[in-house]
Design a protein around this ligand. Structure first.
Ligand code: NAD
Length: 294
């Protein structure tokens, strides 16, 4: 069993750390939120006063932070130099590939190993331990990380070299935003024509419109008991985080001169929704942007 330091115990990191504890690992966590640390301790983990303190005896460091800036700030030269040689660093945050590669190069230059391992599967997947991990990095580091990632996820993919996990992740999230908006539009249209959203959703799930948003994350309140839509769009994947991911996809498109017209439209819709004060709500709340009655 490993000594694991877990930095960033929010909606995703909190339950991921708990799954590591359940599988017998020793987890020392750090988060800026006292509340997040209290939850970790109540689940059998230990709370540290700083990221450096959390990593003191760690064989593995996992980070689950909001954005590239947070990740770059954490993996400073000073921080990495304080780690044991050969420590395996796993960043599971969704960030830009350039930052992922930069911090990994720094880690390697200081005698550590590092992979980017962003996830898909949402907070429900984090709680159930069924996340999909999309890894970028060296084959040997991927092999070393696999048993740890298996404690938190079901599907573990090796996308390629350092940064490749992040590229695959933003491609996925751009598609997710597009089908969430499409699903919202379709349900909204049906409801405006008098259809029951539950029945319409079931019809589309068995027809060619079937997609993940319909299957596990229905945006219409009351259709799916466990979806954020049925708890006032709280506790899922925040609009601001989706807006960030769509911004990363747009940047990646610019870098390679790739057209992403639907991704760019999705970015604009999410940005407007965030600017109107909805940044902290779950991203399926975009249906309210299309239907102000909800
Ligand atoms: P969150 O905001 O709930 O959690 C982030 C946590 O990081 C917070 O608890 C915050 O206090 C902590 N934090 C921020 N700066 C810190 C620092 N310097 N040191 C220690 N802790 C710090 O976000 P989340 O939903 O858990 O998402 C985390 C990452 O996972 C993001 O990159 C997001 O894009 C990605 N992601 C989220 C989901 C989802 O459904 N929520 C799904 C897949 C990927």
């Amino acid at each position: 069993m490993s000594n694991i330091a877990f930095i960033g115990l929010g909606n995703m990191g909190g339950p991921m750390a708990v799954n590591l504890i359940k599988k017998g690992h020793h987890v020392m966590g750090f988060d800026l939120s006292e509340e997040a640390l209290k939850i970790l301790v109540s689940e059998g983990g230990q709370a540290a006063e700083s990221a450096v303190a959390a990593c003191k005896d760690a064989d593995v460091v996992i980070s689950m932070l909001p954005s590239g800036k947070h990740v770059a700030d954490l993996y400073s030269e000073e921080f990495i130099s304080s780690l044991k040689p050969n420590t395996l660093l796993i960043d599971s945050s969704t960030i830009d590939a350039v930052t992922a590669r930069t911090v990994a190069e720094l880690a390697v230059s200081k005698g550590c190993r590092m992979i980017d391992a962003p996830v898909s599967g949402g907070t429900a997947g984090a709680q159930a331990g069924t996340l999909t991990f999309i890894v970028g990095g060296k084959q040997e580091d991927y092999e070393k990380a696999r048993p740890i990632l298996k404690c938190m996820g079901q599907n573990i993919f090796h996308a390629g070299e350092s940064g490749a996990g992040q590229v695959a992740k933003i491609c996925n999230n751009m598609l997710l935003a597009i089908h969430m908006i499409g699903t919202s539009e379709a349900i909204n249209l049906g409801v405006k024509h008098g259809l029951n959203p539950q029945i319409l959703s079931e019809i589309m799930q068995k027809s060619s419109g079937k997609n993940w948003s319909l299957d596990v994350y229905n945006p219409y309140p009351g259709v799916m008991e466990n979806a954020p839509a049925s708890r006032n769009y709280s506790g899922g994947f925040a609009v601001d985080l989706m807006t960030k991911d769509l911004g990363l996809a747009a940047e990646a498109g610019l870098e390679t001169k790739t057209s992403t017209p639907l991704g760019n439209t999705a970015l604009n819709l999410y940005r407007m929704w965030s600017e109107s004060g909805n940044g902290k709500t779950d991203f399926s709340s975009i249906i309210q942007f299309l239907n102000r009655d909800l």
